[in-house]
Every structure is written in C-alpha cells, then in structure tokens.
Write a protein that binds this ligand. Structure first.
Ligand SMILES: NC(=O)c1ccc[n+]([C@@H]2O[C@H](COP(=O)([O-])OP(=O)(O)OC[C@H]3O[C@@H](n4cnc5c(N)ncnc54)[C@H](O)[C@@H]3O)[C@@H](O)[C@H]2O)c1
Ligand SMILES: O=C(O)C(=O)C[C@]1(C(=O)O)C=C[C@@H](O)C=C1
Length: 367
C-alpha cells in the first residue's frame, strides 16, 4: 500500500506500528508526530517513521490512515482536536488505547462527519516505554482487538487490517464494554495487584533492607509490570474505574477466603488451592499462540565469562535458527547465570536446545 499514514504518539506502540507498516509497505509514507521532539528524532533514526511532523493539522489533513498512539486520556483529547480538521473524507482513524469504552463514546466526533473511526488495541506490549523499545514483531501472534464504531463499514475495517498486516497480529472484533471487562480482568487489575505487592515490600524494606536483594525470582516475575509507565496506567485506571472497583471487591472476597484458609491451616486445603490455580493456569493459552504473544523460552545455564553469549548465538546462527530475544537472568550471585533465549516457534526452540546440547556441556532446559 502506498498511502500516507500519520502516527500520533511515537512511543513503544506508535513506534512498533510504524516499524511494522514500513516493513510490510516500504512504499508508504509514515509521518510521525509527538509532543516530545526527541521521540520524533529517535523514531526517524530507528526507521519507525519516514518523516517527522511539524504540523499536526497539515499532516492529519494529508493522511489516509491516522493512528493515535497516546495515553488514553490524551487520545480522547486528540480525537476532539483532529476531528475539527478538514480531514480527507475517506480517511480511516484508529487508536491503540488499552481501554475502549470511553474512547468509543467519543467516536461520534468522526461519525457525525461521515468519517470511519475503528477502535484498536494490540494485546501485547511491555513495561518499557518510548520508541527506543519499539519492535516490528511486538504484536506477532498476539490478538489485536478492534471495536469498529457502529457506522464504520466492513470495507474500512478490511482496509485497516490490510494496513496492519505487517504486525502479524490476529484481529478480533469485540464490543467496547466486553473489551474493557476482559482486559480489566487480565491486564488492568493485575497491574494494580503488582503495584500493591511492590508497595507492601517497600513498606517492609525499612525494617528489612535484605528484602530487595532477595526479591529476585518469583517477586520479580509477578512485579515486572509495576515498572510500566505510570501515566499510561493512571489513564487506563481512570477509564476503566467501574470494572476495576467491581474486580477489587471480588478480590477482597477471594482474600477473605484465603485468610480463612490460613486460619484453618489445613495442609490439604492449602494444597488444593494451589493445585486448582496451577491446573487452570496451565490450561490457559498463555504458553500457546494467542492471548499473550507466544515466545518459546529456552534456559541455558552458562558460566559467566566474556564471550559466552556470542558463543551461544554463534551456535544458533550456524544452524540458521532465529531468536527473538536474549537476556541473562541475574537471579544468583554465584559464577553461573541463566541465559534466556526466546524463539518464535516451538520447533526453533527444540532445534536450538539440540544444537546447544550437541556442542556444549551447559544445562539446557525449558519450564
Ligand atoms: N505499553 C503497552 O504495553 C501497551 C500495549 C497496548 C496498548 N497500549 C496503549 O498504547 C498507547 C501508548 O502506549 P505506549 O506504551 O506506546 O506509551 P509510550 O509512553 O511509550 O508512548 C506514548 C507517546 O505519546 C506521546 N504523547 C503523549 N501525549 C501526546 C500528545 N498530546 N500528542 C502527541 N504525542 C503525545 C508521548 O510523548 C509518548 O512518546 C496507550 O494508550 C496505551 O494504553 C500500551
Ligand atoms: O507485557 C506487559 O508488560 C504488559 O503489560 C502488556 C499489556 C498486558 O497487560 O498484557 C499491557 C497493557 C496493554 O494494553 C496490553 C498489553
């Protein structure tokens, strides 16, 4: 496709969308606008956009597709601003916000003028923000939820999906209320729990400073998302407050159940509680393609010496096995580190494990 795409908000998500559009359609012109000039400069340097914008109005009026990638409160403000411009009549306007009800309530600003607004939400991301963390493959295999406004025709939805083809996401249409209820449960509410656990540790930290050194494995996994952008999560929480209040009261009931269980201190009941949670979680598609982008992690227990990472990547490169991500888990302070390698497919992970085991004596394992 060769039209003009205008991305407003060049952070993690705006940058990732720009990269995926330009990868799929090198002939397209992707113009990027951000209140931070530095993000525009960086987005251009990273090829996430073809050019920066000096004028929101001029570039919005030239666009065939406008993608609003700002925090959700700003998105509603931006919808008010750009709907007052003289947009092309067949422009498609979309967003990527983590909430949909409040945003779709403002979609009449476009429909009143005969313009298609299609709400969007790629269900993948990171606790990192800013364009420097953007990746073309961020949404690969993830669900990309769409909430077309009532007047939006199927043709516009098809054109939008075509523009976003390079994301390799799986599109799914949902109603805005349904969207906010589901994402409230599996994304927004867990964020509050992660942050509250961090607050609890912080409160205990004064008395037990050793806490921060020992909070490595489990705590690190469950609290990772508490390191996300607070502005983004403030806006999400404000937008989805009713769902979150109702989930909080369900959670309080659940915690009362847990308190009773601890009071009774019955080993069988405690076992059953953990075992039922494990059975249900293990049956969720978290580790399969779907709800959350599925990367297949392989863990390699490597000695900590300079060059060990290039040794492992060299072995994989020789077999032409691509990797998605590579990181060292700093969970231990002895001489070994666990290298985590993420693959795109289970087959790649198996091939990776086989070739590393064939030429090294490092322990290779999956969980
Ligand atoms: N981070 C995630 O995991 C994730 C995943 C899916 C959807 N989202 C949604 O995507 C949107 C963007 O999130 P992000 O993670 O890319 O955030 P980010 O902080 O990385 O980027 C947001 C960008 O928007 C810019 N911005 C803010 N107000 C602006 C305005 N008025 N005009 C122009 N630019 C403005 C900021 O300067 C920043 O560069 C949010 O609505 C969020 O809910 C986030
Ligand atoms: O992986 C993360 O860090 C995320 O928080 C990603 C996550 C999520 O909760 O799944 C966060 C918010 C978005 O709206 C979509 C994805």
């Amino acid at each position: 496709m060769n039209g003009n795409v205008f991305i407003i908000g060049l952070g993690l998500i705006g940058g990732s969308i720009g990269l995926s559009i330009l990868k799929e359609y090198p002939g397209a012109t992707v113009t990027g606008f951000d209140i931070k000039k530095e993000e525009i400069r960086l987005a251009k340097a990273l090829n996430a956009i073809s050019q920066g914008s000096d004028s929101l109005q001029e570039d919005a009026e030239q666009a065939d597709l406008i993608i609003i990638c700002t925090p959700v409160n700003e998105t509603v403000e931006m919808m008010k601003t750009i709907s007052s411009f003289n947009l092309k009549p067949d422009v498609i306007v979309t967003d990527v916000g983590s909430t949909k009800k409040r945003i779709m309530e403002s979609s009449h600003l476009f429909s009143d003028r005969g313009i298609s607004f299609i709400g969007g939400h790629p269900m993948a991301g990171s606790h990192k923000s800013g364009v420097s963390a953007a990746k073309a493959i961020l949404f690969e295999n993830a669900f990309y939820l769409l909430t077309p406004a009532e007047h939006s025709d199927a043709e516009s939805v098809a054109v939008l999906k075509k523009w976003l083809k390079g994301s390799k996401a799986k599109f799914l249409e949902v109603k805005p209320e349904e969207h906010d209820h589901i994402t409230g449960m599996v994304s927004h509410f867990p964020h509050i729990i992660a942050s509250s656990l961090v607050h609890q540790v912080k409160d205990n930290y004064q008395r037990q400073p050793l806490i921060s050194s020992l909070a490595a494995g489990g705590f690190r996994d469950i609290s990772r998302i508490a390191s996300s952008n607070p502005e983004m999560w403030r806006d999400i929480t404000v937008h989805n407050i009713d769902t979150l209040k109702s989930l909080m009261s369900e959670w309080q009931q659940e915690m009362n159940r847990v308190i009773d269980m601890l009071e009774r201190n019955n080993a069988t009941d405690i076992y059953t509680y953990f075992s039922e949670a494990k059975t249900f979680r293990d049956s969720m598609p978290i580790l399969q393609k779907g709800a959350i982008p599925s990367f297949y992690d392989l863990f390699v227990d490597v000695p900590d010496y300079p060059g060990v990472i290039s040794e492992i990547t060299g072995i994989l490169a020789k077999e032409e096995i691509s990797i998605v991500n590579l990181r060292i888990m700093e969970t231990r302070e002895d001489i070994y580190g666990v290298l985590t390698i993420s693959f795109q497919t289970e087959e790649d992970r198996k091939r990776g494990a086989d070739c590393i085991s064939a030429v090294t004596d490092y322990d290779v394992f999956t969980v």
